[in-house]
Design a protein around this ligand. Structure first.
Ligand code: ADP
Ligand code: MG
Ligand code: ZN
Length: 474
């Protein structure tokens, strides 16, 4: 029997606000345990939460980026459950009326485009962190009350590849609109994957299993693939009904398997009710309007690069693959480097040299440095070959002074017409027989003449030589 995979994703994005969502503690990562805390985020009796306007703004921006309906009035609710990292024994979240309603995201898998619908996106506070030692556990509440946007998709994805394409697109959107650093290692962008299967052609939905807290694209894909296999196996072994139950599972990154963590709560288990400590949120019209001003989104940038800058689509895709890369490239253009050379010197020459832990952010080459190098090529001041030598020197020394290297390595191309004309004349006089042949139509001899000139004039700009030779040989 053939099966179809059904995937719906819940993504938690930590919003990059300076302070927490309901108190003024800092959100900075990596501080000593329990130093970024106050009565509100410790859940002490009587402390009252106040909504952080920046978090609200970022949620609205996201809603606009996915063309979602924004609920001008929304409600915060208490989601009740007991866990040691949740001192109030409830999480402030949104249930009935989230800030962001239905929207959608376009993805591309292979050559096909597909729309993935977003059910909702709501604001909530994060919990703290339990740190488990050998025979005891500790609780760090620095993360408690940091702002999260939970983005819930419809069960629209049909393969782990589609799920990854969706996540990468979502990741790039939140980066481009700068609502989150979306750092996956630090947990600022993490995903719960809901996975089920059904026989091909069946339109019913079957039992979904939720795999919690995945924070790398690689593991998300592995976890989904493993889970699909497990469910298909259970079906084929005739134990689907008993084995596949609605539950929360954890992915074991060592073994590459999922294991049961707990039975899935139904929403009734959480006893949601609107939080009496918080006013209902009414978004003022001017705030709503100002959030319509979005930075350029990844797809818009891609289209502009392809249609207006005439960059090949595959190259443009790499150029927009991260905000840092897109910025780097656009900065190069703004410094006056040509489009074509900027793209190839960034994508081919520079990226081609970055290996292992070295990346665009830490390689030491600045957009101004690479732009200057490209400009010297554009101007014909150095050859491509010399530029490669200079780039190596720049990478090694982390020095971006291109003109310094041109001089110290003696790589300046001769562009001086007078000097070139002199050598061209010499070559023409010494080869009068070949000049005759050329004039009689043997045009490929031009290469010979160019070669002779280059031999006699080190570091000369070949394009210039070509131009002058052609003129002289007329
Ligand atoms: P919960 O709070 O129980 O996790 P949510 O409504 O927040 O519920 O999220 C449910 C997620 O499960 C959504 O992303 C939805 O698309 C997905 N989902 C629902 N039914 C299925 C199914 N049969 N197979 C896979 N995913 C599903
Ligand atoms: Mg959920
Ligand atoms: Zn606090």
């Amino acid at each position: 029997m053939d099966f179809e995979t059904i995937i719906g994703l819940e993504v938690h994005v930590q919003l990059s606000t300076k302070t927490k969502i309901f108190c003024s503690c800092a959100t900075s990562f990596g501080e000593n345990a329990n130093t970024n805390v106050c009565p509100t985020c410790l859940g002490l009796p009587g402390a009252l939460p106040v909504l952080n306007k920046e978090a609200l703004k970022k949620a609205i921006l996201f809603g606009n980026a996915i063309n979602a309906q924004i609920n001008q009035d929304s409600i915060f609710a208490r989601k009740n459950y007991f866990y040691p990292d949740l001192p109030k024994a409830y999480q402030i979240s949104q249930f009935e009326r989230p800030i962001v309603g239905k929207g959608s995201i376009n993805i591309e898998v292979g050559d096909t485009n597909k729309t993935i619908n977003i059910t909702r996106a709501h604001l909530e506070e994060d919990a703290g962190k339990n740190i488990h030692q050998d025979n005891y556990s500790q609780v760090d509440l620095n993360r408690a009350c940091t702002p999260l946007l939970e983005i819930v998709s419809e069960p629209d994805m049909r393969s782990s590849n589609e799920a990854i394409a969706y996540l990468k697109k979502l990741h790039s959107i939140v980066r481009f609109i700068e609502i989150s650093d979306a750092n996956m290692q630090e947990g600022s962008f993490r995903c719960d994957a809901n996975v089920s299967i059904r026989p091909k052609g069946d339109s019913n939905f079957y039992t979904r299993v939720e795999i919690k807290n995945l924070n790398s694209f690689k593991f998300i894909q592995k976890a989904i693939d493993y889970e699909v296999e497990r469910q298909i196996q259970a079906w084929e072994d005739g134990v689907y009904k008993s084995e596949i139950v609605q539950e929360t599972r954890l992915f074991d990154t060592q073994k590459g398997t999922t294991r049961s963590m707990r039975n899935k709560e139904e929403s009734a288990d959480y006893r949601y009710f609107s939080d009496p400590d918080l006013l209902r949120v009414h978004i003022p019209q001017d705030l709503l309007d100002s959030c319509k001003n979005l930075p350029e989104l990844p797809d818009e940038k891609l289209n502009r690069f392809v249609n207006e800058l005439n960059i090949k689509k595959d190259d443009a895709k790499i150029l927009i693959s991260s905000l840092e890369m897109a910025r780097f490239f656009e900065d190069m253009l703004s410094f006056g480097a040509s489009i074509k050379n900027s793209s190839s010197w960034l994508l081919v020459e520079l990226l081609g040299k970055l290996k292992g832990e070295v990346n665009l952010n830490n390689c030491g080459i600045t957009s101004l440095g690479l732009a200057t190098l490209v400009k010297r090529i554009d101007e014909g001041k150095i050859s491509g070959k010399s530029a490669k030598e200079i780039l190596d020197a720049m990478l090694e020394s982390k020095n971006n002074d291109v003109d310094h290297f041109i001089k110290s390595l003696g790589l300046e191309q001769v562009n001086d017409d007078g000097a070139i004309i002199k050598v061209v004349d010499e070559v023409i006089n010494a080869n009068s027989d070949k000049v005759e042949e050329y004039k009689n139509g043997k045009e490929k001899l031009l290469g010979f003449f160019v070669g002779q000139v280059l031999k006699n004039l080190k570091g000369v700009n070949p394009a210039k030589v070509n131009e002058i030779l052609k003129e002289k040989l007329k």
